[in-house]
Design a protein around this ligand. Structure first.
Ligand code: NAD
Length: 332
């Protein structure tokens, strides 16, 4: 099978080059991201491999179908950037890597929580300039405080364990509560009302877009810490900035951002950034923005390459495809 690999970074090649030859797959690496204009790069291939910033909308899918693409390999868990209906119409199979890094993401979200609370990002900058004053760096004790987890799937469940390890009370909200999870499930409103830390671990769907908005922010405690490692559009950036101006938050950590496609994963340090919302967010001392790196561990990269190749092998050999994503699947 021949794969057109979009949005390639050096680290992708290292892990895929180690594993793909064992399966007999031939990969053509492209730095370009997938969109309707770059779909032509896949001409003559059987599959494409894409990541979170690639855009597989209807126009792109129609073109990929013309070029003979039969499979889309997502080297990530989220599939909000793929028009699944268009794929079904064109008989293109979509396969994903559902659980390469739940621990990596949960550990990272907890690192962001600790960093924000104890202002470690500020301390690091200060001591580099030999400023050893600690005023303004005071935190609060997290033990005994309440954390609210939205989405208790693979990542959310590990988050429950980690936060309980800190001695926090843990509330959760999920469309499908897990009876075996030792956690208090509650309504979103109650979670917003009672939580000192809110961490989002649900997918971006049409129902969860702007889950964090003006109304939900108004229900949160003053001094709340908000962490989003899921998808940018779960948070309404304008409402978030209004909340920051009103000093609502003790801290906000974003590993994902609504408009991240234009910036994340690239070096933009020599360019004029035109996204004024991003500039505003960066200007707040109690905001940390990172570039969608929660998943980024050695173990995750190995798992991504391995599972992506297994997915294609299952397709090639007509085996059961356990990681298939379909319109029907998303309604479960
Ligand atoms: P998962 O599918 O195992 O769990 C998601 C949970 O969210 C499920 O329990 C589901 O029932 C729940 N959910 C769905 N809609 C909901 C709603 N409206 N309200 C409340 N709960 C809802 O997914 P996961 O592996 O835990 O990943 C969660 C998200 O993390 C992914 O969708 C992806 O967007 C994001 N992610 C980010 C990174 C990163 O590097 N930053 C890496 C991997 C995944």
């Amino acid at each position: 099978m021949k794969i057109a690999f979009y949005d390639t970074k050096e680290y992708d090649r290292i892990y895929f080059d180690k594993i793909a030859p064992q399966y007999g797959f031939d990969i053509i690496y492209y730095e370009s991201r997938l969109n309707a204009s770059t779909a032509v790069l896949a001409d003559g291939c059987d599959a494409i491999c894409i990541f979170v910033s690639d855009n597989a909308d209807k126009e792109t899918i129609d073109k990929l179908s013309e070029y003979g693409i039969k499979v889309i390999l997502l080297r990530c868990a989220g599939y909000d950037n793929v028009d699944l209906k268009a794929c079904e119409e064109k008989n293109i199979t979509v396969l994903r890597v559902p659980s390469y890094s739940p621990t990596a993401v949960a550990e990272y979200a907890s690192a962001l929580m600790l960093t924000l609370n104890r202002r470690i990002h500020k301390a690091y900058m200060r001591t580099r300039e030999f400023n050893f004053k600690i005023n303004g760096l005071m935190g609060v004790t997290l033990r005994g405080r309440t954390a609210g987890i939205i989405g208790t799937g693979k990542i959310g469940k590990i988050m429950v364990e980690i936060l309980k390890g800190y001695g926090m009370e843990v509330l959760a909200n999920d469309l499908y509560p897990d009876e075996n999870l030792d956690v208090e499930y509650t309504s979103l409103d109650d979670l917003f009302n009672r939580s000192d830390v809110i961490t989002i671990h649900c997918p971006l769907t049409k129902d969860t877009k702007y889950l964090i908005n003006k109304n939900s922010i108004s229900k949160m405690k003053d001094g709340v810490i908000l962490i989003n490692t899921s998808r940018g559009a779960l948070v309404d950036t304008d409402a978030l900035i209004d909340g920051l101006v009103a000093n609502k938050f003790r801290g906000v950590a974003l590993d994902v951002y609504e408009e991240e496609d234009k910036y994340f994963f690239e070096d933009k340090s020599q360019e004029i950034i035109k996204d004024t919302d991003l500039i505003k967010l960066m200007a707040y001392p109690n905001v940390i923005v990172t570039s969608h790196q929660a998943f980024f561990t050695d173990e995750s990269m190995e798992a991504i390459a391995q599972v992506t190749c297994d997915n294609l092998k299952e397709f090639e050999q007509g085996l059961e495809m356990k990681n298939k994503v379909s319109e029907e699947y998303t309604k479960k």
